[in-house]
Design a protein around this ligand. Structure first.
Ligand SMILES: O=C([O-])CC(=O)C(=O)O
Ligand SMILES: [Mg+2]
Length: 261
């Protein structure tokens, strides 16, 4: 299984501002309703490690599809002139069509049945591009969607989480460190909108399909990444470390340079 799940993702839905301390650190307002944005599947990368050599790409391209096994082993690319922030997040993989779910019928118990598993993701964000978009009322697409802006771990199948099948909300802790210094560390119990609310709310606007990915927001501690940095992230299930993933950062090849819109 491992990374095969990535080949089935037709969209990546992400909630914004789902942890109070992260809202505060960026001086954002707490939304009255949850809000969402998309990341393109072309931003997916997977770790380079013992089993997965860096994918060779044609010319100076920075994406050329996922491999047969779902991997796309790559460093994180920092586009020139862009302030890239790490946001460590718990991600869900949806396993069925979910459309117009009623709040009264979709509670914590329904989450386990709706997912094939979870994984660890980084919602990389071009913060200066996003700040400009926020100020000028422009879309966030580019701020969230550059190539390599969605590092993904292997899947943790839901069967490994079965003892919490009634309620997965408080089962996880996420952390990330850059060059050995811990930057983010938070538990999923701190979410403002819990997992069942996220899925239910999305389904009232955009139908979730089997294979779709849902990113559940980032805890506090977001910060900058530079070429040469090494970022390590971990996902814990109660006291057990389920996943560790490491990415190197490099300057992005190609002609892009951030200029004011
Ligand atoms: O860019 C942001 O601050 C919104 C977001 O993705 C998050 O809160 O996880
Ligand atoms: Mg995020």
């Amino acid at each position: 299984m491992s990374y095969h799940y990535l080949k089935s993702a037709r969209k990546v839905m992400c909630i914004g501002r789902n942890y109070a301390a992260h809202i505060k650190e960026l001086n954002n307002a707490t939304p009255k309703q949850p809000f969402f944005f998309l990341k393109p599947t072309s931003s997916i990368i997977t770790p380079i490690d013992r089993d997965n050599a860096r994918k060779s790409l044609p010319g100076n391209s920075s994406y050329h599809g996922l491999s047969e096994d779902g991997t796309n082993p790559s460093p994180i690319y920092i586009p020139k002139g862009v302030v890239v922030h790490h946001e460590v997040e718990l991600a869900l993989v949806i396993n069925k069509y979910i459309s117009n779910a009623e709040a009264s019928e979709f509670g914590p118990k329904q989450v386990y049945d709706a997912i094939s598993g979870v994984f660890l993701a980084l919602d990389l964000t071009a913060r200066n591009v996003q700040d400009e978009a926020k100020k000028k009322g422009l879309p966030w697409t580019i701020a969230k969607g550059f190539d390599t802006f969605l590092p993904c771990s292997r899947l943790v199948p839901r069967e490994q989480l079965v003892k919490d099948r009634e309620n997965l909300q408080d089962a996880f802790r996420l952390s990330c460190s850059v060059n050995g210094t811990v930057r983010q560390d938070g538990t999923t119990g701190l979410m403002l909108h819990p997992l069942h609310k996220i899925i239910q709310h999305i389904s009232t606007m955009i139908t979730l399909e089997p294979g779709d990915i849902v990113l559940t927001g980032t805890p506090a501690g977001v910060g900058k990444l530079h070429p040469g940095d090494v970022i390590e992230s971990s996902l814990y299930y109660h006291d057990d470390k389920l996943i560790d993933m490491t990415f190197d950062c490099e300057e992005r090849p190609g002609p892009y340079f951030f200029r004011e819109t």
